[in-house]
Design a protein around this ligand. Structure first.
Ligand SMILES: N[C@@H](CCC[C@H](N)C(=O)O)C(=O)O
Length: 281
């Protein structure tokens, strides 16, 4: 089976071309592909399949030709992946599988159709306005941190750190705790510094994330959108540009109350052939 490896600010993916939806992709195959010692290694898998050929996306087939079938590294499915949609778009364009219309490309996801655009060498996607749904806490080691629940198509819990806690000092080798009643399908937890001024944006924050289904990653696009929404809310605003530094680089999020544009680099670094029986055997 052919594969491509790509990443967006270090959030890395195995892309599997399966235009006609013929691949029997299972959670254990996905986990084996994402295994960093025995497989290719990645935070998740992006199956590239026509919307008309996948039962989860057939309803979007009139709007978007391609469906990003996203799987986390542990083999679970997720509704949305912001960096994934950017890498997925890059893959479609590089392989001549899609042509932007009026500069944009619709991509179907489990959370609906998002619009991608290519500008100045970066790929941006509009994930739609994040929804702040209330307060919740996360626990980490001996810490209990107040957070804000944000729905970006997938669930997030954004914890702004008090000045006394250093972002780099957090131990994210273990999953943070959260209230399962508040997040029945799990949650991605972002730890973030207070907003500071920066040239070229309205605010600047630094973020680390523990992703549902993938553990700590170098970047999370939907998480950056959630963090930006909270940073603007804390500044009394609903619109603005937020620079979000993640361990893998910088993402820029632009909110206007209706759309939420996530911008950053997306690259494809390798192409090859997987021996599936050996991988899964
Ligand atoms: N890294 C992604 C989010 C991937 C899905 C997430 N782990 C979940 O389960 O919701 C991004 O860039 O948004």
């Amino acid at each position: 089976m052919r594969f491509t490896k790509g990443h967006g600010t270090g959030n890395d993916f195995v892309l599997l071309p399966d235009p006609d939806g013929q691949l029997d992709l299972t959670p254990s195959t996905v986990a084996a592909l994402c295994d960093r010692r025995r497989g290719i290694g990645a935070d998740g898998v992006l199956r590239v399949v026509r919307a008309a050929k996948h039962p989860d996306a057939v309803g979007y087939a009139g709007t978007a030709e391609w469906f990003m079938d996203y799987w986390n590294a542990d083999g679970s499915l997720a509704e949305m992946c912001g960096n994934g949609t950017r890498v997925f778009t890059h893959y479609l364009l590089v392989n001549g599988l899609a042509e932007p219309v009026d500069g944009g490309l619709p991509i179907a996801t489990r959370s609906g159709v998002v619009r991608a655009e290519v500008t100045a060498g970066e790929i941006s996607v509009d994930l739609g306005a994040p929804r702040i749904t209330g307060g919740a806490v996360a626990t980490l080691g001996g810490l209990t941190l107040a957070g804000t629940a944000v729905d970006c198509g997938n669930p997030h819990l954004v914890c702004v750190l008090p000045a006394s806690i250093e972002l780099a000092g957090l131990d994210l080798t273990r999953a943070p705790g959260f209230d399962p009643a508040a997040f029945p399908t799990g949650v991605n937890v972002e730890f973030v510094t207070s907003a500071e001024p920066v040239d070229g944006a309205d605010a600047h924050v630094r973020m680390r994330v523990y992703e549902r289904g993938s553990a700590e990653t170098l970047s999370c696009g939907s998480g950056a959108c959630a963090v930006a929404a909270v940073a603007l809310r804390d500044a009394g605003r609903t619109a603005g540009v937020v620079a979000v530094d993640v361990p893998g680089g910088r993402l820029t999020v632009t909110l206007d109350g209706e759309s939420c544009w996530l911008a950053g680099p997306a690259v494809l670094v390798a192409h090859g052939e997987i021996d599936l029986p050996v991988l899964t055997g």
